[in-house]
Design a protein around this ligand. Structure first.
Ligand code: SF4
Ligand code: FES
Length: 583
């Protein structure tokens, strides 16, 4: 299209409805340009370039057309910039400066559109809407849930949710960035700051191991909002709602801002020096009384790389390797065989080029929404996706084959696929795997999945967090790797939160920083099953975060000393920790 050529050449053409990630709608007409031999101006976003074409983007004809469109767009716009939250970063405001008139020639009554309440995240002011349909196309093409639509015609057209429903998709916040005017704005951020008051700080999302690039907008040291930072290799220009809105927890009254220690059964606020000395004394006492092996650290997978590194360093300085973040994992039998970190097996961007995918134990849409978006693109390009899941999770693209089994039968179903694939491809099952894969005729569903993997180009098998925390996770991984090798595809894992960071920064008991070899300590399960005498908990609420909450709580109560590193008061006061923690 002409607009892509002009963008590549650094020549600006005004636009509202065009977005490089969305289909071409060409309904705002702001990008009209003069094309030689064309009888009238043409939309640059919808006109393909051709050999020898002469395009003028700033000729008198092009400028007149662009200004004319701007005048029409402003007819019904309320021109309420002083009270609009988009002020300062509004495309309409910016372009009105360049292409609008000082005085409107429109004296008739403007239309108004009643405001809608579409949920807690997105504020609407639909009188400002210019009907560019970016929000509609995003839902239909990328979000996978068509939450917005255009109802009515001409003067009566409205962009709204169907049946006045709330907007609930896991990627809904992206329409805030897409909306070029102040029709859709962030509800939590609304009226709290102006864009020119904010400093932008680059960061990375800790939530789902995707590492979405984001910018935290800060005012006087306070995080005011989070917006995506474009990175085509990772998150493109999108963010999941979890990444976008979780900053709100940073500024609540629930934050624990001062260290607390428990003396004689009573909690008291203290200063950092006292808290540090109290903690060091408690840990030293546990080491000297019971040995370093009786001190252990459990970290939430959402901790940062720096936190994992420092926690590992603290434990190893005490002489213990009991550090782990895999709070829900049951099977640790293949720890030594694991790669340096649980890996997707390919670049994120490659997901949208896959031809066939088998997802095992994954609720991808909720767990890694941005990876799900890539797979959705692959499906739109013709890929087939099959599932082996213990729950019939909702996906926002057609699933070619769905094997919903109980948790323990997932292994049997995967083995059936492996048997069918081995027969289809004529490959021998290696000796050590043959007992796991077993014998017998695969079911028709298992054969269909195997056929899909064998016949599609660029197949992949991905194990989600339910597979990785499965009681027989090592077996699932072994069979999945065999399937990937047999079909010439890719094997990958989809671990939760910042697990990759944990593996690399020493947040596992059997490997040091960057996978260096160390004397192995106890894993999370062993630390809680057999118990240790002192725990350091980093962002962990044992009763909620660990596999067996009751057992974890029991282990905490049985310990002599528990250090709880938490950012929030409820983690302490509204949990059992108030009784068992010491710091
Ligand atoms: S609400 Fe915003 S993004 Fe949606 S059609 Fe209107 S102007 Fe475009
Ligand atoms: S940007 Fe081309 S018609 Fe809207």
């Amino acid at each position: 299209m002409i607009i892509q050529a002009t963008d590549a050449a650094g020549i600006y053409v005004p636009r509202f409805c065009y977005h490089k990630q969305l289909s071409v709608a060409a309904n705002c007409r702001m990008c009209l340009v003069e094309v030689e031999k064309a009888p009238k101006p043409l939309p640059a976003c919808a006109t393909p370039v051709a050999e020898g074409m002469v395009v003028r983007t700033r000729s008198p004809l092009a400028r007149e057309a662009q200004k004319g469109v701007m005048e029409f767009l402003l007819i019904n716009h309320p021109l309420d910039c002083p009270i609009c939250d988009q002020g300062g970063e509004c495309k309409l405001q910016d372009l009105a400066v360049g292409y609008g008139k000082d005085v409107s020639r429109y004296h008739e009554a403007k239309r108004i559109v009643k405001d809608k309440d579409i949920g807690p995240l997105i504020a609407t002011e639909m009188t400002r809407c210019i009907h560019c349909t970016r929000c509609v196309r995003f839902g239909k093409e990328l979000g996978g849930v068509m939450e917005f639509g255009g109802l009515g015609r001409g003067e009566h057209m409205e962009i709204r949710t169907f049946l006045d429903r709330s907007v609930d998709s896991e990627l809904s916040g992206n329409v805030i960035d897409l909306c070029p005017v102040g029709a859709l704005t962030s509800k939590p951020f609304r009226y709290t700051a102006r864009p020119w008051e904010l400093m932008s700080r680059p960061s990375v999302s800790p939530h789902d191991c995707v590492g979405a690039n984001l910018d935290v907008h800060v005012r006087r040291g306070e995080a005011m909002r989070v917006v995506p930072r474009e990175n085509e290799a990772v998150n493109e220009c999108w963010l999941s709602d979890r990444d976008r809105f979780s900053y709100e927890a940073l500024n609540t009254d629930a934050r624990l801002t001062r260290p607390m220690i428990r003396r004689n059964g009573r909690w008291e606020e203290t200063d950092w020096q006292t808290a540090m000395e109290f903690t060091a004394a408690g840990l030293r006492k546990a080491v000297s009384a019971h040995g370093a092996g009786q001190v252990g650290a459990l970290a939430a997978p959402t901790a940062t790389v720096e936190e994992f590194y420092l926690l590992g360093k603290l434990m190893r300085a005490l002489g213990s390797s009991n550090v782990d973040h895999r709070l829900r994992q049951m099977d640790f039998s293949d720890d030594e065989a694991m790669p340096p970190f649980p890996y997707l097996g390919q670049e994120i961007a490659n997901l949208e080029r896959l031809g066939g995918v088998l997802l095992v134990g994954s609720n991808l849409r909720k767990e890694q929404p941005l990876l799900n978006l890539r797979l959705r693109k692959a499906v739109r390009n013709g890929a087939h996706v099959a599932l082996i899941n213990p729950v019939d999770y909702e996906f926002n693209y057609p699933i070619a084959h769905s094997l919903v089994t109980d948790l323990m039968a997932m292994e049997r179903a995967l083995a059936g696929v492996a048997r069918a694939l081995a027969a289809r491809k004529g490959v021998a099952v290696p000796g050590e795997l043959s007992a796991l894969i077993g014998k017998g005729e695969p079911s028709s569903d298992e054969k269909a999945v195997a056929e899909m993997l064998a016949s599609r180009t660029s197949p992949a098998i991905l194990l989600g967090s339910l597979a990785l925390s499965h009681p027989h996770a090592a077996i699932l991984k072994g069979i999945a790797q065999f399937i990937a090798e047999s079909c010439g595809g890719c094997f990958g894992m989809l671990p939760p939160a910042n697990s990759v960071g944990a593996w690399l920064a020493g947040g596992v008991p059997h490997r040091g920083v960057a996978g260096s070899s160390i004397t192995a300590g106890k894993n999370a399960l062993d630390m809680l099953r057999s118990g240790v005498k002192a725990y350091v908990l980093l962002g962990v609420e044992p009763e909620l975060d660990c596999l067996n909450g009751a057992r974890a709580t029991g282990a905490m109560h049985a310990a002599d000393f528990v250090v709880m590193l938490t950012s929030f008061k409820p983690s302490l006061y509204q949990s059992g920790a108030v009784e068992y923690a010491d710091v």
